[in-house]
Write a protein that binds this ligand. Structure first.
Ligand code: GDP
Ligand code: MG
Length: 183
C-alpha cells in the first residue's frame, strides 16, 4: 500500500589491541566466516564491510577498521580514529601482557575520539582465544573482568574464539544494539 522507505546507516568501528591478539581473525570470522592460522600483517589500513539487515526497513553497514602492522606502537593517530562510533579492544587470554595493554588502548581511544555529543564512544572488550584454555594460568576471572570493565568504561566484555566462532556474533550484536539505541 505505501512505499517503504529504507533507512541505511554506515558505521565505522575500530578493532584495536596488541599484535597477534586475533583482531584480523575476528574480523575475517565475523565478515566472511573463515579462519586461518596466519594472516600476514600488511602495513597500512585494512577494512572489511559487514552488511546487516537490522530490521525490515533498516540496513546497517559496519565498516570494521583493522590496524595492520601499526599496533606495535601501542597507539594510533587521531586521523585514524576519526568518526568512529564504536570500538572493540582485543586481548589474548594466553598472554597477560596483552591484557595489560588494554587500558592503554582504551586511554588512547578516549583521548582521541568521541561521539558528536562529546561522550566517549562505546567500547567492548574481547578476551580472545578462549579455545586455548589449557594455555591459560587459570580460568577466566569473570568478576575481575566485570570490575575492570566498570572501572575503565567498557560497555561489557565477551570471551571469544575466532577459531571456534564463539561469541563474536553476540559481541557484535551487543555493540550494534548500543549504537542503534542512540539513533
Ligand atoms: P592480529 O595481529 O591481532 O590481527 O592477530 P591475527 O588475527 O593475525 O591472529 C594471530 C594468530 O592468532 C594467528 O595465528 C591466528 O590464527 C591466531 N588466532 C586468532 N584468533 C584465535 C583464536 O580465537 N583461537 C586460536 N587458537 N588462535 C587464534
Ligand atoms: Mg592483524
Amino acid at each position: 500500500p505505501y512505499p517503504t522507505e529504507i533507512r541505511e546507516y554506515l558505521y565505522k568501528i575500530l578493532v584495536i589491541g596488541d599484535l597477534g591478539t586475533g583482531k584480523t581473525s575476528i574480523i575475517k570470522r565475523y565478515v566472511h566466516n573463515i579462519f586461518s592460522q596466519n594472516y600476514k600483517s600488511t602495513i597500512g589500513v585494512d577494512f572489511a564491510l559487514k552488511v546487516i539487515q537490522w530490521s525490515p526497513d533498516t540496513v546497517v553497514r559496519l565498516q570494521l577498521w583493522d590496524i595492520a602492522g601499526q599496533e606495535r606502537f601501542g597507539n594510533m593517530t587521531r586521523v585514524y580514529y576519526k568518526e568512529a562510533v564504536a570500538a572493540l579492544v582485543v586481548y589474548d587470554v594466553t598472554r597477560p601482557k596483552t591484557f595489560e595493554a588494554v587500558s592503554k588502548w582504551k586511554a588512547d581511544l578516549d583521548s582521541k575520539v568521541s561521539l558528536p555529543d562529546g561522550e566517549p564512544i562505546p567500547v567492548i572488550l574481547l578476551a580472545n582465544k578462549i579455545d586455548l584454555q589449557e594455555e591459560m594460568s587459570g580460568p577466566l576471572d569473570t568478576e575481575e573482568l566485570d570490575t575492570f570493565c566498570d572501572e575503565h568504561g567498557f560497555l561489557k566484555w565477551f570471551g571469544t574464539s575466532a577459531k571456534n566462532n564463539s561469541n563474536i556474533d553476540d559481541a557484535a550484536q551487543y555493540l550494534l544494539e548500543e549504537i542503534m539505541s542512540r539513533e
